[in-house]
Design a protein around this ligand. Sequence first.
Ligand code: F6R
Ligand code: MG
Ligand code: MG
Length: 369
Amino acid sequence: MAPVKITISLIKADIGSIGGHTRTCDGVTDIVRQTVAAGQKSGLIIDYKLWNAGDDTEILMTHTKGVDNEEIHRLAYNALKKGADSAHERGLYGAGQDLLKDAFSGNVRGMGPGAAEIEFEERPAEPFVAFAADKTAPGAFNYPIFRIFADPFNTAGLVIDQKLHDGFNFEVYDIKGNKKVLLQAPQEYYDLVALVGATEDYVIKRVFSKDEKLGPAAVISTEKLYAVAGKYVGKDDPVAIVRAQSGFPATGEVLEGFALGHLVTGWMRGSHNGPLMPVPLRYSQCTRFDGPPRITGLAFSMKNGRLTEPLDVFDDPAWDSTRERCMYVVDYLRRHGPFEPHRLPPASMEYTTLPVVLDRLKSRFKPIK
Ligand code: F6R
Ligand code: MG
Ligand code: MG
């Protein structure tokens, strides 16, 4: 009998938050949990965990239905919808903002929520880390994922562990062109950097081990809410699942990818650059200039789809220096006010008055001779 494959589905949405775009409301999360728990009781899912990245509700589920499964997506959508109704009743800010359709239609993709899903045969011990970010965009994961799976200055195992020495394959999405390409590292290292260094245009969607038995190593949500809705409705606030150890980077190498506090887009009104600050769940709330952009991480072990309790990976003084550097960068960038590169270039801004200003000034613009 073929071994059972387990799928981890991480589905998220901003369905409303307390006092602005800050943090989810516990009462609403409890409502979301009731529906997800019923899904476990009915046997549809094996296990689950809910948490928040700032104003986003994260639902992690394990099951055997594979990726893009209609029943699993419906369960998550219905849970988020009930949460959104409760958020409306409580007068939460942005209640239901990421749920763009009232009725579920087969798959959460294109309906507002973000999703990262990964299916594989469990190893005897299956450690993985689930990451969820707020006030940023899918390209925020390019830098750490590239460093984790392709850069020996981050991941020692790429050089000194025979199981990682062949490198990894990267599936890269051209998000504006709606195309994808598979690149090999280290063989196509410079081509890979040429693409994924342009974080607004190319995003890493998946990483695969070259050992087919191990299969997928990481997956990142790539939904661009702006593109889905055709107008600004909220942030993309991406999530990722990264498998660790025994043929994959060690958990410490995975986390090391976040040690810089690298610059990402998506802060304040989706229109500013800022550092991505790794935080424990107790600091998963965005308060300074609606930020700074934050990343949470929960590590789990899993057996037959059953999860251990989560380890809140950034809840460690080892991350204090990264947080301090982030806040130094915050102060520095904020002094630029509405000037680039703190403010994003016009094409990447999610809020802009530029067309209105240009229209008003139209007749006053004269050719430069
Ligand atoms: C939302 C976000 C915020 C909002 C800002 C303005 O996740 O990042 O920075 O863009 O608070 O929000 P509105 O337009 O709703 O007043
Ligand atoms: Mg929000
Ligand atoms: Mg958010």
